[in-house]
Design a binder for this molecule. Sequence first.
Ligand SMILES: [Zn+2]
Length: 405
Amino acid sequence: MTRYIEYGADMMIKRLFFLLFLFFVLMSADLFSQQPELEIRTNPENRVYRFETNSRRGYYNLLIQNITCINRSRETITLEKGVLELSDDSHILQSVYISGADMEKSARQMKAFEQQGTLKYYGPFLGLNRIMKEGDRLSTSPDLEPHSVLVSMWHYLTFKGEPRWLTIHFEGRTASGNPVMAEARLEVVQYQPARTYIFPVRGLWYVADAGDAFSGHRWVGMESFALDLGQLGAGGKTHQGNGERVEGYYCFNKEVVAVADGDVIEVRDGLADDSATLQRENETDEDYESRVTQNQMKLLQEDLYLTAGNYLVIRHAPNEYSHYAHLKRGSIRVKPGDRVRQGQVVAAVGHSGNSTEPHLHFSINDGPDFIRSSSLPVMFSNINTPELNGRIYLHAGDMVKTNDF
Ligand SMILES: [Zn+2]
């Protein structure tokens, strides 16, 4: 009898526990449904590479292509402030605020791209395809409706010293007045390449574009630290004659070499080195720029990868691939699967794809895909550039001479 009572009591307790447990589950589920969810995603994610501003004086810079705030709750969230914070393991070294006005400006620009129908072409270059999910909508203001996304573009920081972390912090409020916050943290890294690279061309070259803030490359992840390389002749010009023919450019048809041993991953050939895309002698810069933009859009609409022209990708290490673009039609001497040696001639400089004049666009990326990988800051072992003057990286405006020249 006693046993029965005991047993019954035990059951009661168990049931009570079960009910209590269920109650807590329901309560917490309810809490979660009210708890607004603000997600921050960034491009780059996890780590960001520092680049020289003036390394002799200890100044460096970094760039976040975009910071995306996504409202994953069922209520509207109004973003009130964003902060970028550089820190070492114990101290905050620098804080930069993102104002509401700045958020709004960027949001409107993205919306304009969407309305013009160009976002689908620019999105992959801006890393937005990875960040936005099916059903997410762009917001034009810091008032984020459920499933809407605020894209805050291009945050560039110059700093002194060696911060270890970049923390991105956003605060806001729900329509019902509850505070919300979200955070993302990236490691600030001085990139150490896995391989020793030589310069992709031989002789005396001019760096027309590199990873500097004033360069066009820096602002797009796939080419942040890419180099545009050309050659100069008499009068500091890149070409002989009036510059209306690709053959008149000093660098045209010069040999391109493999920067390290590796395996050829991808080759694209067959696109013309079209003299018609060069600036005409009597054409104003403004007219030419609009023609270049139109041409670029035409290529993007047909196939995003056409912008690179004829290109070649070689794998050197698990996360290091050399990318060579705008190559001369028919000049690529290797095919996917080929093993190449450092210094082996693999192609020639050309003017295919989205190119304003013959040059080599070169970069080491962390993946094989031209658009969906990120550019890495690298240096070269065989160059003699006194102007480097203690610098590690090449910058736009540098003249580079390879040692064998
Ligand atoms: Zn380029």
